[in-house]
Design a protein around this ligand. Sequence first.
Ligand code: ATP
Ligand code: MG
Length: 806
Amino acid sequence: VAELPPVDLSSMNEQQRAAVTAPGGVVCVVAGPGSGKTRVIVHRVAHLIQTGTDPRTILLVTFTNKAAAEMKSRLQLLVQEPLAKLVMAGTFHSVCARFLRRHARDVGLSSNFSIIDTEDVKALLKRVIQELKDTKWPKGKPRDVIEVRTCMQEISKWKNQNVTPQEARVQLQKKTAQHYEKHNMAHAADVFEAYERNLRASNLLDFDDLMLFGLRLFRTNERVLAPYTQALVDEFQDTNKLQFSMAETMFRTVHNITVVGDPDQSIYGFRFAEPTSFKRIQEIDPARTTVISLIQNYRSTNSVLRLARTVISSKSNAESLELFTENGDGVPATFLQAQDPDEEARVIAYEIMRLVRNCNLKFSDFAILVRVNAMTRAIETALASYQLPYRMVGGLRFFDRKEIRDCVALLRLVSNPSDFISFERVANVPKRGVGDSSISKIIDEALMYRTNPLGLIMEHDRVTGMNVNAWTSLQTFCELLLDCRMRHMSGKLNVRDMLHTILTRIGYFAHLEATEPDDYKTRIENVNELLAIAARFDAEGLSAAEVVSLSTQRDANQAQAQATTQSATTPNPAAAAPEAPAKKLTLKEKTAQKARQSALYRSAVAMTMHGSGRSISEFAELVSLQSSTDSAETADAIVVSTLHAAKGLEWACVFLPGVEEMMLPHYMAVSTDNPESIAEEKRLLYVGVTRSQFFVYLSACTSRYTGAGHVVYPDLSRFLSSIVDSPRLPKSLPFINDDVKSALQKVVKRHGDHAAPSSSVSDASLRAIRNSSFVLRESDESEIVNPDLTKVLALARAAARSAARS
Ligand code: ATP
Ligand code: MG
């Protein structure tokens, strides 16, 4: 450590320097977008290490895995390896998961717990509600209409407020009858209670549990955090009550905490973020608190900042100061009005190509940020039809795909045989003749006998009503999983080989081919990719963030490759032979088999990790923690993301489509009639605008299809009224001359882009455009440099017509 060169503070302004070098206690940086908060936090870590703090005693917490990865890579530029890697960096959830894995017993968990995500939670709630309907609840309303979704929200709210099922019951009884009726929530406490019981019985944790148990661990067991000396939290405005308590607890043991954020960018109210976090943290230890504000914006041009200021006009926190920038004026924001989302998307695609060609930008300099996932359909179609590489963030991500979820469920079941959510998913994949009702019965009986599905199948008699062949093939399946577990735990089978063995032995590849004839090749490619990720995990120990970026990188590659070749690795058909039908066993044989199975089960579950290999629970955890707030930008691709997932990031050019009433503000916010919900929507637009370094495009459609197939004619968003006086179309897209190009060059800084290839609009893209009569003639440069917008719109319409014809 002594040999480390001092962190270069010369490139920082005075306030930034003060924040980087502030003494301990509570250091609070409250400042607007692009003012260098994240940069400060990274430099502070580097400075701490350089001045003698052991990197292993630093906790660095952010909200998304992507942000954590970004911070680590920025840190690596400042602090030499291996020091940077020693910092405990991650999201609140992943940090908690890591501590819990190590100290599970201290909070009554066993260390091979699995983490379930939103989809799993829904599946579990559905089961729980059905179970309650069958047993506890009387016939009649309101039980018939209790909704999984509402329950999920309510339960999460309770858990985030640290409310137990018993307390929830009392709360509900106090609520007015009207509230009961309106949401049919009278029975929600029953669901909550049964849900919790099921989680604990199956050794499962949901995302909220990670926080709850993490907090419990930190509070009851001081020695867990005792070795740490510094905690740092980015995006502090979005901490909820639980996360705040976590930060507070960290401070009490660690004694030093740095928090940075911007109240105007608080967009997680729906995840119970508490707007008062900043104020409260300053009150914990006022004598040792330093508050710093930053007022220079280094990200954007004046035009971008002016637009941002107009959007947020009524400041939600009076303290925040006006930002200024030395980045010049740039170009004014562009407002586009399109006929419908398809036209809007085509014009966006066109504009991206134009800027790439004329301004020497990379595809990764562009982001299209949407309010809701459903909006990406039109955008994806347009980008794909012009063969522009793009990456979806927060949509159907790699880890949400069916085949990947199947694989992860298999791994989770090996790691945690009590994980009946995973059992439910794969018990009949590929088809073993096991129906839904049999799966339910197996789970019910397993819970009744205080065992798990694998234990029941290995040690007990066939569940009544189940077909013999189906039962036998389930037994073979369980034996395979347990055998893999044994070999893995004793260090003889790594995660990659285990997954491969299981998939081939159960005939999974053939199953994909048979059930997904249209796109089984892509799906097999995805599985192969997961195997590759597992192999790297085995070999070098990937971190959660690295797993994400690997998976998203491959998304980008795939988007690029889609148009060219479809080369999938064909599975080995011999490996996928279906299982032979069960042969009749004598009683003696049966008894011997049962004894053998039981012995296998007992020794397999009793095993814990031996040897030096990395454990499967760790791998399953990495994969399960890829929450939907994640975002990514690695290879050279346009980013299509939700506004929520875009926070903290920056691009040269940002498109904000669908700035309409009912879209932004979203109708959920409008219908609540709650000013705070509308204010949050406004902050979302603010976050969107302030992601831009140079170009901002706001757009709206004059018509839109609803999910029900009707056409609606949305009004312009109320947030635009102060920006666009009359919704008239500008005559042209921004004029690209040399002044603009050099101004752009000055502002656009690209972090870590050394590996990314430089972009060009490929010949294939140009051909695709010509073919669709959306003409971009190379000969007519003036048209490309300064296109007439009405012409572009006309071309987009023509393209739509020709697409419809073909
Ligand atoms: P947000 O609120 O959006 O998260 P932020 O306050 O965290 O923004 P950063 O992402 O840290 O801002 O910084 C914005 C950009 O400005 C980054 O590209 C960063 O490298 C750059 N930057 C910050 N401070 C300086 C500085 N002193 N000199 C040069 N560039 C800077
Ligand atoms: Mg930031």
